[in-house]
Design a binder for this molecule. Structure first.
Ligand code: HEC
Ligand code: HEC
Length: 231
C-alpha cells in the first residue's frame, strides 16, 4: 500500500494479528493460495477454538450488535457473516483511533491483540443473516437501478456479484440500510478512513441519490445467500 502515508505502521502491526497467508492477500481480490502454509504462524498463542470469545461476545458485544451478531440497533452493523479478516482490520482501526465512533472506540481501547483476533475469529464463524425479513415488500425498480449503479461503480467487482465480500472486503449484502448509508457517506465525505484506500475513489464519485439507492439495494440483497464463505 505504498502511496498511502501513515499506514505503514498500521500494516506492520496488523500483520502480527492475522495469518501471513491472509496478510499477503492484502490489496488483491481474494486469490486462491494453494501453496500458502499458515501452519508455522500458529505456534504463537492461538486461542483454543472459541477461546471463550463466544461468551465474551455475548456479554461485551451483543447488547449493541445483537445475539449472534444480528444487530437490531440503528447505526450498529450486523456482524454475522462478516469476514474475520475485515473484522480484525476494523477493530484495529478503532483501537488505534483511525476509525472513530464513540461507542466502538471505548470498547476497542482496552482490547489486546489476542482479543482483536479472538473476537474476529468468532465473528467469522457466525452465519450470515439479513436485516430485512424475506417477506418484506421489495421495490423492484429501485433494486434494478441499484444493480445498475453497483455494476457501473464497480461495487460488484470488489464486493462480489452477491455483495458477500471476502477477506478484507466486507460483506454488505443484508447489512442494515441506515448503517450502509452512513458508511458510504463517511467514505464519500472523507470522514471514514479505511484500512485500505479502496473505497475512496468509488465513494467520491457517488451522488447523494446513488448513496440512497446503493444502501437500499445492498440491504435488500439476501444476506444469507450462498456465495463466499471465505473468512
Ligand atoms: C455500545 C455499543 C457497542 C458495543 C458494546 C460494541 N459495539 Fe461494535 N460497533 C458499534 C457501532 C455503533 C459500530 C459502527 C460504528 C461506526 O459507524 O463507525 C460498531 C462497529 C463494529 C465493527 C465494524 C463492523 C463493520 O461492518 O465495519 C466491528 C468489527 C465491531 N463493532 C465489533 C465489536 C465487538 C467485537 C464488540 C465487543 C467486544 C463490540 N463491537 C461492542 C457499537 C458497539
Ligand atoms: C476497489 C475495490 C472496492 C470497490 C470498487 C468498492 N469497494 Fe466498498 N469496500 C472495499 C474495501 C476493501 C472495504 C473496506 C475498507 C475499510 O477498511 O474501511 C470496503 C468497504 C465498504 C463499506 C463499509 C462496510 C461496513 O461494514 O462498514 C461499504 C458500505 C461499501 N464498501 C460499499 C461499496 C459500494 C456501494 C461500492 C460501489 C459504489 C463499493 N463499496 C466499491 C472495496 C471496494
Amino acid at each position: 500500500m505504498s502511496g498511502y502515508p501513515g499506514l505503514g505502521l498500521a500494516l506492520t502491526t496488523l500483520a502480527l494479528l492475522v495469518p501471513a497467508s491472509l496478510a499477503m492477500a492484502q490489496g488483491k481480490p481474494a486469490p486462491s493460495t494453494p501453496q500458502a502454509k499458515p501452519a508455522p504462524a500458529t505456534a504463537q498463542a492461538k486461542p483454543a477454538a472459541g477461546g471463550g470469545y463466544a461468551q465474551r461476545f455475548a456479554s461485551e458485544c451483543a447488547a449493541c450488535h445483537g445475539a449472534n451478531g444480528k444487530s437490531e440497533t440503528p447505526g450498529t452493523p450486523i456482524l454475522a457473516g462478516q469476514h474475520s479478516y475485515y473484522a480484525v482490520t476494523q477493530l484495529f482501526l478503532f483501537r488505534e483511533g483511525r476509525r472513530s465512533n464513540e461507542a466502538m472506540t471505548a470498547v476497542a481501547k482496552s482490547l489486546k491483540d489476542a482479543d482483536l483476533r479472538g473476537f474476529s475469529d468468532f465473528i467469522g464463524t457466525l452465519a450470515p443473516v439479513s436485516a430485512v425479513p424475506p417477506e418484506a415488500p421489495l421495490d423492484a425498480s429501485r433494486m434494478s437501478r441499484g444493480q445498475m449503479v453497483a455494476q457501473e461503480r464497480k461495487c460488484l467487482f470488489c464486493h462480489g456479484p452477491d455483495l458477500s465480500g471476502g477477506q478484507q472486503v466486507p460483506r454488505i449484502a443484508g447489512q442494515r440500510e441506515e448503517y450502509l448509508r452512513e458508511s458510504l457517506e463517511g467514505y464519500r465525505l472523507g470522514k471514514r478512513i479505511g484500512y485500505t484506500p479502496a473505497m475512496i475513489e468509488p465513494a467520491s464519485q457517488l451522488s447523494p441519490e446513488d448513496v440512497e439507492t446503493l444502501a437500499y439495494f445492498a440491504a435488500h440483497l439476501p444476506g444469507a445467500s450462498a456465495g463466499s464463505t471465505a473468512k
